[in-house]
Write a protein that binds this ligand. Structure first.
Ligand code: ZN
Ligand code: ZN
Length: 110
């Protein structure tokens, strides 16, 4: 006779630490940084639960959990490389603080 061990250890999300910190390595959607519990299940009934050591990334879309070191960088936010609080002098083409009225490099009015 065989005894089928109908159980196993499962990771369950305890709480979301920070949302949208990475991308799912499985389906590429946004993944959240979560704390998790390890849950031992026997015959699909949780019998024991203890906190996991580290945080993991969790994808809500495909219910996939993976270490943060494996994650892809989060999707780039809008803006790019331009400085939000600076403008460019149209005469000498240098970056000037946005609250300047005159360019400190060439003296032209901005
Ligand atoms: Zn996913
Ligand atoms: Zn200038």
């Amino acid at each position: 006779m065989f005894f089928f061990f109908a159980g196993g250890i499962e990771n369950q999300v305890r709480q979301v630490v920070k949302s949208g910190v990475g991308r799912c390595i499985n389906c590429n959607s946004r993944a959240d940084l979560v704390e998790y519990d390890k849950v031992l299940k026997l015959f699909f009934v949780p019998v024991w639960r203890w906190p996991g050591k580290d945080t993991l990334l969790y994808c809500q879309d495909c219910k996939f959990m993976f270490p943060q070191s494996h994650s892809l960088p989060p999707p780039p936010s809008s803006g790019g490389t331009t400085l939000p609080d600076a403008l460019r002098c149209r005469f000498c083409d240098r970056n000037v603080a946005a609250d300047f009225t005159f360019c400190p490099y060439c003296g032209e009015q901005l």
